[in-house]
Every structure is written in structure tokens, then in C-alpha cells.
Design a protein around this ligand. Sequence first.
Ligand SMILES: [Ca+2]
Length: 140
Amino acid sequence: MQKLFKGIVSLCLVMVFAAIAATEQYTLYLNTDGVNTGQCPSVNGLDGADAKIDISVNDSPKAITAVALSLCSGSAFSTPSALNLSDWSLTPSAGIGGSDVIEGKIPLAQLGNPSTVAIIAGSSVNGVIDIAGTGWPVLP
Ligand SMILES: [Ca+2]
């Protein structure tokens, strides 16, 4: 009976840990040349991405755990290279409706010094992928 009890306690701890250790994944797709076809795809089938920034967020406690840049080469993204975590921050419950706010910066030189950058934000929380908007924003 004691072994059965220990087995149950261990299983419960693993389940609680899994719930606490949920990871949220956000991706910023960047169109730096104004070309909206070919190149690399974003999550909803939009083409034309020239780079993406993947942001990993630990759910509890809320914290950015990794930020990485991938550049489009041909029709595929390159192996991600880590960006400086000190350039990125997360403020819990500071956004619209109590949403979290993620802020960050990247030197334009790492994107090839574009004159304009169109951005599409995508998220994957608990395996569900969503994307903001229906297409690339129109730049002035
Ligand atoms: Ca493009």
C-alpha cells in the first residue's frame, strides 16, 4: 500500500509540473522587401516572409526564455540564431484586456537595413496556432 501511495504522489507532481511549465511560443514574421509572394511562408500560408523572430515564454512564472532570429534563404528559414535576451521584456497583464506585453528590439543591420518592415504576429499556445490579421499590413 505504501508503494502504491508513493506512485500516486509522484504522478500527481508530474502532472502539476506539466501544467505549470506550459510554454507559449510567439513568432514575428517580417517582410523587409515588400515582396509578398515566394520567399518563406508564415503559419497561415502567407508567403513573402524574409525573416522571423521566435519568442519562447514560460507561463509560470511569466518570463521570456529564448528569442531567436531566422532569415529566409530561398524558401526556407535558416537555423535560428539566439538574440540578446536583455533586449526583450515581458510585462504581465499590461496589455489590452489584461494581456501580457512583449517588447523587444533588434538592430536593423541584422535584417539587412531595410527601409520598411511589415510584421505579422503569430502565436502557438498549448499547440493551437493563431495569427493576427489576414495578410501583410499595407505600409504607407
Ligand atoms: Ca518579402
